[in-house]
Write a new protein. Structure first.
Length: 303
């Protein structure tokens, strides 16, 4: 494939309702081979999160401006944090959140049970991947919080719930230290200060660390031109490999699916073809096209 500007969509953006495509052959110890089995309601949550994630991503791109920087988002984090918040909503707010998160037709209990299932399955399905989905709630110590709200988020989202003296500057460090600890110091600061009007923080973090199923060998890494959207190029280090991978190509882009660990997680890379840019792909992106693109992946030797 030619080296041009690319889009990377990773596991933090899209989940699939089954973890491996039929017929995939991923090198792994058979002892560790597992799949995620989701019931109908949990699959509905995955579908809702994917739809919400695509809408969110496209909205951010549309409002990023001409000279946009690289954008990385985790819709799973956002939807899960809003899922916790949803347990405290009612009336018009509750309906608005259901519409935004694509949760229409699901009861509160089904939503909570499904998020619990996702957390349980994602963090345990692959021993070759380290994944953590911690949640926490921090509230002003003189602010009354319904016991049901605390218990529900603790039981279904495994949320750590703590009252804090928000007037104490040390509270900023307490929250930031929790985030750092639960992301292996990948994120060391989430807040700089606490506004006097703030009464609660609901925080989700997704930590992911996986080894490639097919690892890149350092000896094949070379410096090559990376094509920017403004037409200029930049020399960057490019990893290379030749392997049997899920691959597809159409008039708009080439795509390759790179597995982690035992194959339960993967990164999908979409590379615009000559004459096209990332925004051309984004313009075509929706839930239906995404599913079509993923179904079009086939096992080929890619280099």
């Amino acid at each position: 494939m030619k080296t041009k500007l690319l889009i990377v969509i990773s596991v933090s953006l899209f989940l699939s309702s089954s973890c491996k495509k039929t017929g995939d052959s991923i090198p792994q110890d058979p002892t560790y081979e597992q799949k995620i089995f989701l019931d109908t309601k949990a699959k509905a949550i995955v579908k809702a999160d994917n739809t919400f994630g695509i809408k969110l991503f496209k909205n951010l791109i549309a409002n990023a401006g001409v000279e946009q920087e690289n954008i990385i988002i985790s819709p799973l984090s956002i939807s899960m944090a809003l899922g916790m918040t949803y347990n405290g909503a009612s009336n018009e707010t509750k309906t608005a959140m259901e519409n935004t998160l694509e949760l229409q037709g699901l009861s509160v209990e089904e939503i909570n049970e499904s998020y619990k299932t996702l957390i349980d399955e994602l963090v345990s399905v692959d021993p070759d991947v380290s994944m953590n989905i911690p949640n926490s709630i921090w509230y002003r110590d003189n602010f009354f919080v319904e016991e049901d709200f605390i218990n529900t988020n603790h039981d279904y989202f495994y949320a750590e719930v703590n009252p804090l003296d928000f007037g104490n500057p040390a509270s900023v460090d307490i929250i930031n230290n929790w985030v750092a600890e639960n992301t292996n110091d990948k994120i060391t600061s989430i807040i700089d200060e606490i506004d006097p009007m703030m009464v609660m923080f609901l925080i989700n973090a997704v930590y992911f660390n996986g080894t490639w199923a097919y690892e890149f060998e350092e000896q094949y890494t070379t410096s090559e031109a990376f094509y920017l959207s403004n037409g200029t190029t930049k020399q960057v280090e490019m990893m290379k490999q030749r392997a049997m991978l899920n691959y597809s190509s159409n008039e708009l882009f080439e795509a390759v699916d790179l597995y982690y660990g035992g194959g339960n997680f993967s990164m999908v890379i979409l590379l615009p073809k000559e004459g096209f840019a990332p925004n051309d792909i984004i313009g075509e992106l929706n839930e239906n096209t995404w599913n079509e693109w993923m179904e079009g992946l086939e096992k080929l030797i890619v280099k």
